[in-house]
Write a protein that binds this ligand. Structure first.
Ligand code: GLY
Length: 358
């Protein structure tokens, strides 16, 4: 009962700060916490079927109205077309500056709903109710919102912080096991960057989607705290927020080279093992076994490309590169990330060869 009545709370210390609640069966907490009484709930058809009813009921009990806008699940919904449809419906349905949006779903819903909130009437409040582990530990916190262009992912967007994030571990039970494992990759990444206690806990047999709620809530809270602390120091990614990109250069290249045939979680799991190997080649702490063991647990789809030549153009085109230099995050030691912008073709090739031969 404790987690229902008394969710854990941590705050993201931006201006203004906002709370993250981590608990179980949080619909009533959401309904009592959101300030507006007129709420647009942006969700997708899959999540709607699982979680919308409990939320709208709780809002009603709290004297608030929740109107659902359903989008098609999947990355294609992060488009101008979907954005414009939702905005038009909201205008037609009488939403105003005092209204707020609830993002009920995974990363796609969160990014689209957040950008809708940033755009509608020059910006209204929004709240995140992430349904996937990936969105719980990453996308729902930090205020990156946006949509895609045919030219690339997340090329249009805004930093728009939510007014609150509600992480309901009961939602984890409804995830396919593969999706839980993919979400665990960003959680593990936070362990590598800052809180090494996470690395021990993901190895425990209790770490699975039906695991004990107290254990999962505690572990997720530690992972989210790593991100929240980084955001508090560097909200707009001028500096240390880039540490969150550990594993992401290779991941983005794999995603782009395969036309997104590989999931983000799988791609980052490969990316973490790749970056660990790059660090080892520079004589830094050997964490390659740790990352490979975790990669095996994630059980990703096989690498969508095997030739480095196919990947290199995408690595060179990464959004995070500056002045033509590839910017990688590597670990000198566990919990000691650094930015490296002078990796040679040979270093990258050696790490790639290592990875494909696993
Ligand atoms: N997903 C990385 C960040 O929010 O900065």
């Amino acid at each position: 009962m404790a987690l229902e009545k008394d969710p854990r709370q941590l705050n993201v210390q931006v201006n203004p700060p906002y709370p993250i609640y981590i608990g179980k069966d949080l619909a009533t907490t959401v309904a009592n916490t959101v300030k507006s009484s007129k709420l647009a709930i942006i969700t997708d058809s899959r999540v709607k079927a699982l979680h919308l009813e409990a939320l709208t009921k709780a809002l009603k009990v709290a004297g608030k109205s929740g109107q659902a806008y359903e989008i098609t699940p999947g990355e294609d919904s992060k488009s101008f077309e979907t954005l414009s449809q939702v905005l038009s419906h909201m205008a037609h349905d009488g939403f105003d500056r005092g209204s707020a949006i609830i993002a009920l779903g995974g990363g796609v819903v969160g990014d689209l709903a957040g950008f809708t909130a940033a755009s509608f009437m020059r910006g209204i409040d929004f709240y995140q109710l992430p349904s996937s582990l990936l969105a719980m530990v990453d996308a729902s916190v930090g205020g990156k919102t946006g949509i895609n262009l045919p030219e690339g992912k997340n090329l249009v967007g805004a930093f728009w912080q939510p007014k609150g994030v509600f992480i309901d571990v009961a939602y984890l039970k409804t995830l396919p096991d593969s999706e839980f494992r993919q979400g665990a990759v960003e959680l593990f990444k936070h362990g590598l960057i800052k809180d090494t206690s996470i690395l021990e806990d993901v190895k425990k047999t209790e770490f699975h989607k039906d695991g004990e709620p107290e254990f999962l809530a505690d572990l997720i809270a530690r992972s989210v705290k790593v991100k929240a602390d980084i955001i508090a120091e560097d909200e707009k990614e001028q500096g240390i927020r880039a540490y969150l990109n550990l594993g992401h250069n290779l991941a983005h290249a794999l995603e782009a080279a395969s036309d997104h045939q590989i999931s983000h979680g799988d791609a980052v799991a490969y990316g973490l093992a790749f970056d660990a190997r790059l660090g080892l080649q520079r004589g830094w702490q050997d964490i390659s076994q740790e990352t490979l063991e975790f990669l095996r647990w994630v059980n990703p789809k096989k690498l969508p490309v095997t030739e480095f030549a196919e990947l290199e153009p995408f690595l060179k085109r990464d959004k995070k590169n500056k002045d033509g230099k590839m910017k990688f995050v590597l670990l000198k030691h566990l919990a000691e990330p650094c930015i490296v912008d002078d990796l040679s073709h040979d270093e990258l090739l050696e790490a790639w060869d290592f990875l494909v031969n696993q």
